[in-house]
Design a binder for this molecule. Structure first.
Ligand code: NAD
Length: 293
């Protein structure tokens, strides 16, 4: 099916570069964000129209992308309001929730939308702002094969590795688990660097060793030098979002009744760091918080 019109709701740190890549791929985008002037650069790229509301953006769109903070916001947008977004969609439209939402909510949303004759995919992303900008995000997708096929060209404009991982909610489950594993690495590296520094070892050298050894991970490779030791703490991924993702993973793992001791510990540290840092702190500032302690 040809996609004539994509609605993009949530033009934040990730949404703007993702929508920009759709426009560069020749896909017409009708965008909406609560911040009325979000992503002014989109106006200069391809066929971009700014809508006055989410419902206005979605009306007449074949595919509606959501790139919002969390499930609470997604659910409110879909089901609350007069009309709610779900009621305003054309029959057969496909909702693609690319936010890092809760898998259980996504499963419910898929079922409720199906009752209205609407499609749903959960298609969260990994790679951060940098890979959103260069269109190389990793995208994990849950939902029916037909919807996946229909959305593939659009997803390819934003991501490089696109994997259909299962039924509705599976994408969001994998995303939460990925971010839990990533957050564990970030916390472990922060504690290790601060302990090494206390012993008198230069943290730059410690990270150099990690990157040449088995301690290497995404934090050591991409975050330590750029955002932690530089003192910038501005990677573009908020600590509040990381904590939310670990909470989602903890809820998911607990719900599956599989061992959850480590995820609960990770959640406790992420929550304490969020409470101990300034509002809006970047997730890499966990290092600053550990150091201050
Ligand atoms: P962000 O806070 O920069 O953007 C969210 C945007 O949603 C904001 O512009 C906000 O105004 C808008 N918004 C909130 N409620 C709205 C509503 N009801 N209607 C319309 N717009 C609304 O967040 P982000 O960093 O772009 O992250 C978005 C999602 O992607 C989150 O779920 C996050 O966990 C996930 N994510 C972020 C990153 C990253 O590196 N920043 C990486 C992967 C995944």
């Amino acid at each position: 099916m040809a996609l004539n019109q994509v609605a993009f709701i949530g033009l934040g740190r990730m949404g703007v570069p993702m929508a920009a890549n759709l426009l560069r791929a020749g896909i017409a985008v009708r965008g909406f964000d609560l911040a009325p002037n979000a992503g002014p650069e989109l106006e200069t790229l391809g066929t971009f129209t700014r809508a006055a509301s989410a419902v206005e953006a979605a009306r007449g769109s074949d595919l509606v992308i959501l790139m919002l903070p969390d499930s609470k916001v997604v659910d409110a947008l879909l089901w609350q309001g007069a009309p709610a977004l779900a009621q305003a969609l054309d029959p057969g439209a496909l909702v693609v929730d690319m936010s890092s939402s809760d898998p259980m909510h996504s499963r419910d949303n898929a079922a409720r939308l199906a009752d209205l004759g609407l499609g749903f995919l959960d298609a969260p992303v990994s790679g951060g702002v940098k890979r959103a900008v260069d269109g190389s995000l990793s995208i994990m997708v849950g939902g029916e094969a037909a919807g996946f096929e229909r959305a593939t060209a659009v997803l390819q404009a934003m991501g490089k590795t696109i994997i259909h991982v299962g039924s509705a909610g599976a994408g969001h489950a994998v995303k939460a688990l990925n971010n839990y594993v990533s957050a564990s690495g970030l916390i472990a590296v922060s504690e290790a660097l601060v302990a090494a520094e206390a012993f008198g070892i230069a943290p730059q050298l410690v990270n150099k060793v990690f990157n040449a050894s088995t301690g290497k991970n995404n934090t050591t490779e991409h975050k330590v030098e750029n955002f932690m030791l530089s003192g910038r703490y501005d990677s573009g991924f908020a600590l509040s979002l990381m904590r939310k993702d670990v909470q989602t993973a903890a809820d998911f793992i607990t719900g599956m009744q599989t061992p959850n001791e480590f995820v609960q510990k990770c959640l406790a540290v992420a929550t304490a760091a969020e409470q101990g840092l300034e509002p809006g702190a970047d997730h890499t500032a966990v290092h600053k918080w550990v150091r201050r302690k």
